[in-house]
Design a protein around this ligand. Structure first.
Ligand SMILES: Nc1nc2c(ncn2[C@@H]2O[C@H](COP(=O)(O)OP(=O)(O)OP(=O)(O)O)[C@@H](O)[C@H]2O)c(=O)[nH]1
Ligand SMILES: [Mg+2]
Length: 321
């Protein structure tokens, strides 16, 4: 077994940090360690939290962490930050929001910058969750911001998805329309100290009745005032209920299996896309086809099918490195 995997499984905090740094750098040795720790994952519970900017997600995470730490459980927090690597605004905000946990050895906090990258959740987040799991975290919380693919991508890693909204957020209905309704396991109406929290909760419940997409689990709507801690215990009780529900009916294993299948397909896509980019540079047949498409000698879609059926696209292409 790789040395770093061995140390990580033995609970060495430094090995965990080192592996995550290796993952961030795309170090090929990280893959070997990930392979070795895979069989040692599945014990941790992963909670995702998403919602519009400023909804209070980090404040909720901070309070949940405080609550769960009181039971002695180890908590890890991954903040997925969509800002550019240069602004660092959200990361700085999170540091202030969660500073009371930075000196606690039972809490691990790491930010992942998406650097404007579009598409689902950065793949590194899934690897990080597995590494944290194998290293002995009991609860892993992943925070993502915004409405879009990254936000919906939280479903690919979380056992329970929390969607945080605010009473005044006029974008709430918009948010719910953007596919978030389908991924939420628990709704959190945060900033319940402001006007309209109950109406907001009722509106969400109404929409859930209309959609009735998952009759077996109706997502509860929890009111919180995260900066005072009000409602956080209730939220934690609802997260645990969802966990127990999924364990009892076997859907947790199913969910995790689906996530792993998705990750496999994503990895295949990623490698194929990478090879295609290399081919565009090096394969004269492909360059000739591209020129024909550009000159309207052939249409793009037929040309693509023809190329895929041609000798150029052979096992040789697939095996190319
Ligand atoms: N009045 C009120 N303010 C709150 C509440 N919860 C959080 N806040 C404040 O709302 C602001 C944003 O909170 P964050 O926790 O940083 O929100 P976030 O959703 O993590 O923000 P981003 O990560 O930047 O999207 C902070 O100033 C918090 O102190 C609440 O329940 N009531
Ligand atoms: Mg935040």
């Amino acid at each position: 077994m790789s040395e770093i995997a061995e140390k990580l499984l033995a609970g060495e905090q430094r090995a965990l940090s080192r592996l995550i740094t290796m993952l961030e750098r795309g170090d090929p040795a990280a893959a070997e360690a990930m392979k070795a720790i895979d069989q040692h994952t599945g014990r941790a519970y992963t909670v995702g939290i998403t919602g519009p900017p400023g909804a209070g997600k980090s404040t909720i995470v901070d309070q949940l962490t405080k609550l769960v730490r009181e039971t002695g459980s180890k908590v890890s927090i991954i903040a997925v930050d969509p800002t550019s690597p240069f602004s660092g605004g959200a990361i700085l905000g999170d540091r202030i929001r969660m500073q009371r946990h930075y000196l606690d050895p039972g809490v691990f906090i790491r930010s992942v910058a998406t650097r404007g990258q579009t598409g689902g959740l950065p793949r590194i987040v899934k690897s990080m969750v597995r590494a944290l799991d194998a290293a002995g975290s009991d609860l892993i919380i992943v925070e993502t911001v915004g409405v879009g693919q990254t936000e919906l991508g939280i479903i690919s890693v979380a056992d329970t998805v929390l969607v945080a909204l605010n009473p005044e957020s006029g974008d709430a209905i918009q948010t719910l329309k953007a596919g978030v309704m389908e991924i939420a396991d628990v709704f959190v109406v945060n900033k319940a100290d402001r006007d309209g929290a109950n109406q907001m909760a009722a509106a969400i419940t109404g929409m859930l009745h209309l959609a009735a997409s998952r009759p077996e689990w109706s997502p509860p709507v929890v009111l919180t005032t995260a900066n005072t801690g009000q409602g956080i215990e209730d939220l934690w009780v609802n997260i645990q209920s969802h966990r127990e529900f999924q364990i009892a009916n076997g859907s947790l294993d199913e969910r995790r299996g689906r996530q792993r299948k998705g990750e496999f397909l994503e990895a295949v896509e990623e490698v194929l896309a990478q090879r295609l980019r290399e081919k565009v540079k090096s394969d004269p047949d492909l360059s000739a086809t591209l020129e024909k498409v550009a000159a309207k000698t052939t249409d793009p879609y037929s040309a693509a099918l023809e190329y895929l059926g041609s000798g150029s696209f052979s096992s040789d292409w697939l095996n190319a490195r």
